[in-house]
Design a protein around this ligand. Structure first.
Ligand SMILES: Cc1ncc(COP(=O)(O)OP(=O)(O)O)c(N)n1
Ligand SMILES: Cc1ncsc1CCOP(=O)(O)O
Ligand SMILES: [Mg+2]
Length: 352
């Protein structure tokens, strides 16, 4: 490019850089506020702050002087998706994308202005990708730590409608458990259920199958005692996904926690046709877990509104249910009733 065309082009490049320095800083500020005031996460808030300050140093007076908002034809442009935010996940995701796009623009047009700014913007974009992963991971673990009610699904002709009804009741943790369908149907259902859960800000866990959990981009997998190791599950899913393990006695609990389970199932508390042939572990094991579990845990097995109070009195901070919700006439009301009982009992000790 010759000097003349470069000189003619320069103001336009400065305007582009000016707009994108602003976009990147504004987006980072929005994410920083959530990290600071909602998550109380100083490290992530500081990471946003440091990147904003670096962008401020690159945003020179000559670039700012090129601003011409009056003649900016883009100020009148909009899209419905820019106007709506259905939840905090979508708000954060929209601003993370905004920052990443702006940094990509700065990287490209910066090549015509300052190679160091261009390369610096590229490095900063990777920091924003890492921030996005860390934010998502933190959000998953926060949701898991705060979950009191865990729906484990069973076969139903209106499965997704029932799960949605349960989510509308305030459910925040769902496990898709499917012992009948072939893998093609399982994966199709898993992808739909995952999308549904995320729309409601809930976690989606897949039972048994790490491969399908990976393919469906589930938030995690639940492993039984006969399933693969947690280490192998993490090798396949990555370290940012949730891995749960079933336990029926103190030895299995100790082993599950030692191998790094993010949460454990404790049960079956009572015998249940949903898992026929499995002996009940009883309330004694719930009491043992209440005294000894050092990770989030959920009592499971034969629990419904007739015995939930007993399970809570035994010390369970959270419960997993299949029939009590899946077979309920109104899953929304069933979830609301159980959450009402669960939330009346303060969570004893940290669930993290
Ligand atoms: C929360 C929770 N706890 C225990 C189980 C049982 O899982 P598993 O032992 O793998 O048995 P199946 O569910 O595969 O029959 C669970 N699914 N969820
Ligand atoms: C999957 C599983 N693991 C232990 S008990 C159980 C099933 C619980 O089903 P329900 O809540 O209908 O008794
Ligand atoms: Mg299993």
């Amino acid at each position: 490019m010759n000097d003349t065309s470069l000189t003619l082009m320069q103001p336009a490049v400065w305007r582009i850089l000016d707009a994108n320095f602003d976009r990147a800083r504004e987006g980072l500020r929005i994410i920083e506020e959530w990290c600071r005031f909602a998550l109380n996460h100083q490290a992530m808030a500081n990471e946003c702050k440091q990147m904003r300050q670096e962008l401020g140093m690159w945003h020179t007076p000559e670039i700012r002087a090129a601003r011409d908002t009056a003649r900016d034809v883009g100020t009148a442009l909009s899209h419905p998706r820019e106007e709506q935010r259905t939840g905090i996940e979508q708000l954060l995701q929209a601003n993370l994308c905004r920052v990443q796009e702006a940094l990509r623009v700065i990287e490209e047009y910066g090549k015509l202005y300052s190679p160091s700014v261009s390369s610096g913007s590229k490095q900063m974009r990777y920091r924003v990708y890492a921030l996005e992963s860390n934010l998502l991971t933190y959000r998953r673990r926060q949701l898991l730590a705060n979950a009191r009610l865990y729906l484990v699904t069973s076969a139903a002709p209106d499965l997704l409608l029932r799960v949605e009804a349960a989510l509308q009741g305030g459910l925040t943790l769902v496990q898709y458990r499917d012992k009948q369908n072939n893998d093609i149907d399982r994966l199709a259902i898993a992808k739909q259920m995952c999308q549904l859960c995320h729309h409601y800000g809930a976690l989606f866990i897949l039972n048994d199958r790490v491969d399908l959990a990976l393919a469906a981009d589930a938030d995690g997998v639940h492993l039984g005692q006969q399933d693969i190791s947690i280490a192998l599950a993490r090798q396949i899913l990555g370290t940012q996904k949730i891995v749960g393990r079933s336990t029926t006695n103190p030895e299995e609990m100790e082993r599950a926690i030692k191998e790094g389970a993010d949460y454990i199932g404790v049960g079956p508390v009572y015998e249940t046709p949903t898992k026929a042939g499995k002996a009940a572990a009883g309330l004694e094991y719930v009491q043992h877990a209440a005294k000894n579990a050092t990770v989030p845990w959920f009592a499971i097995g034969g629990i419904d509104n007739t015995n939930l109070d007993d399970v809570l009195k035994a010390g369970a901070p959270g419960v997993a249910m299949v029939r009590a919700i899946m077979n309920a006439e109104n899953p929304t009301h069933a979830v609301q009733f159980c959450l009402g009982m669960l939330n009346r009992v303060p969570q004893v000790g940290a669930r993290v």
